[in-house]
Design a protein around this ligand. Structure first.
Ligand code: GLN
Length: 488
């Protein structure tokens, strides 16, 4: 069984027919991890024993005749999601030895459904970044070209799914961290609506935009995972009490008559020329499927990156205040007084990007500046939301490129935070507005003899995941991009 080639839906059929067992699928993934992860550095922890024990349980349930979308399917979780009894580091030194006392709700829901947790995936420290270069445990490599980043911050999750280390992975997306790595690794990456999926047990970055969602090898697979992790959670007051739909049903209805909005002015100089041409060609093939392409404007979208980089550092500077060396996280023994104890722990525990953001956020919230920065940013955020509301009076979904270019070289942007922040140009708007968005494979460009993938992003109105997935599935069907695997 070449696990690397299968989608969840395909593995599901093999499991249900008894052609393969969950233990065999798990062993196949563990073998691939063993063979490839030295090169990729996608995994921060592999729980061989736990995974095999879970696989045996899943096989027992299958033998009893139980069936379920993810029963017996192995996956990895971004290491910012708490996993009971296993280390959860957020790729930070400050949590180097932290063992979570409980699991995130999404992890619990997957466990109940019989999915098999293989281990934890690498990320940018506390999910700050677009390249996974901010991990305290080394950069993850992109399987399409090992000299390039996999994107971030869910880069370990993306690299692992693309290289076949697991059937799907959980990521988190605060301002693009599921969608951008999906685009860099030729995957489907779904950021659910804010409130659709519980955040309980997700170590908070920016509480007002944090979401958890899947990285998968097909749109159907993303729908299957969403169906398991979505829904109200008493432990997360911001999770919404709405029915969980069967997201994988009716994915093949097509897009005849669908109105798709495109912001032409956003396809500007920053966008790679080949990707721009390919985007325009894609619009034509989408029209051939019977959808209507409508030009729209999102006048405030040009402020979404600056607004995002005031609001999220503000929130995270407060969220990261709890890591002080007392209660959780590392603890430096020798200190002369409380202040030097804090300084020691936070000074050694946090990496440079976390420190930069803590300082930015603390500044933006401080007396005398909060009105000029934080409150102003919140006001503009409302205008960005209104832009989307107005656009959705005219169109059903919005289509954009996911990222302005394909995966960049490791090290190329690491000393240029501004360039790194501009990675989010197409992504932060949907995050600030809480809207569901998905990145799907959009094609390939060739650089230095290597094929590098890029993605298209669809954005839908609040809680319209079904419409979003149907649209993405229609696009997936008119090309074969998502079937391609890296050949390294
Ligand atoms: N690139 C964004 C940032 O660095 C995305 C982070 C995220 O979604 N977790 O903030």
């Amino acid at each position: 069984m070449d696990a690397q080639m299968l989608t969840i839906a395909q593995a599901r059929q093999e499991l249900d027919k008894g052609n393969v067992s969950a233990v065999e699928l798990t062993r196949a993934c563990l073998r691939i991890i063993e063979a490839l992860d030295d090169k990729l550095n996608a995994c921060l922890l592999v729980d061989t024993e736990g995974a095999l024990a879970a696989a045996e349980k899943a096989d027992e349930r299958l033998r009893q005749g139980e069936r379920g979308a993810l029963l017996g399917i192995p996956y990895l979780a971004k290491d910012i999601l708490m996993t009971k009894g296993l280390k959860t580091t957020a790729a930070s030194k400050i949590l180097e030895n932290y063992i979570a006392p409980f699991s995130a709700t999404v992890i619990e829901r997957l466990e109940k459904a019989g999915a098999i947790l293989l281990g934890k995936a690498n990320l940018d420290e506390f999910a700050h970044g677009s390249s996974t270069e901010n991990s305290a445990y080394g950069v993850t490599k992109n399987p399409w070209d090992l000299s390039r980043v996999p994107g971030g911050s869910s880069g370990g999750s993306a690299s692992a799914v693309a290289a076949g280390l697991c059937f799907f992975a959980l990521g988190t997306d605060t301002g693009g961290s599921i969608r951008q790595p999906a685009s860099f690794c030729n995957l489907v990456g779904l950021k659910p609506s804010y409130g659709r999926v519980s955040r309980f047990g997700l170590l908070s970055m920016a509480s007002s935009t944090d979401t958890a969602g899947p990285l998968t090898r097909s749109v159907e697979d993303a729908a299957l995972v969403l169906g398991v992790i979505a829904g109200k959670d008493e432990l997360d007051a911001t999770s919404l009490n709405l029915p969980v739909e069967d997201y994988a049903k009716d994915l093949n209805q097509g897009i005849k008559g669908l109105r798709i909005g495109v912001v032409r002015s956003d396809l500007n100089d920053g966008l790679d020329k080949e990707i721009k041409e390919s985007f325009e060609k894609s619009l034509i093939s989408i029209q051939k499927e019977g959808a209507e392409i409508i030009d729209i404007e999102l006048p405030y979208s040009k402020y979404s990156v600056p607004v995002y980089y005031v609001i999220t550092p503000s929130e995270l500077s407060s969220n990261l205040a709890r890591f002080d060396g007392i209660g959780w996280g590392m603890s430096v023994e020798e200190s002369h007084n409380l202040l030097s104890f804090y300084k020691e722990n936070r000074g050694h525990g946090f990496g440079p990007e976390a420190k930069r953001r803590i300082m930015l956020g603390t500044f933006a919230l401080s007396a005398g500046y909060a009105d000029a920065y934080y409150k102003k940013a919140q006001a503009v955020r409302e205008l960005i939301k209104l832009d989307f509301e107005n656009a959705f009076k005219q169109v059903d979904v919005i289509l954009t490129p996911t990222a302005p270019h394909p995966a960049f070289k490791i090290g190329a942007q690491v000393n240029d935070p501004l360039a790194m922040y501009l990675e989010d140009i197409y992504l932060s708007g949907a995050s600030l507005a809480g809207l569901p968005a998905i990145s799907v494979p959009g094609g390939f460009v060739s650089e230095e003899g290597k094929d590098l993938p890029y993605g298209w992003q669809f954005i839908a109105p609040m809680m319209q995941e079904k419409l979003l997935l149907k649209t993405a599935a229609a696009w997936e069907k008119i090309n074969n991009y998502s079937k391609r695997r890296p050949s390294f």
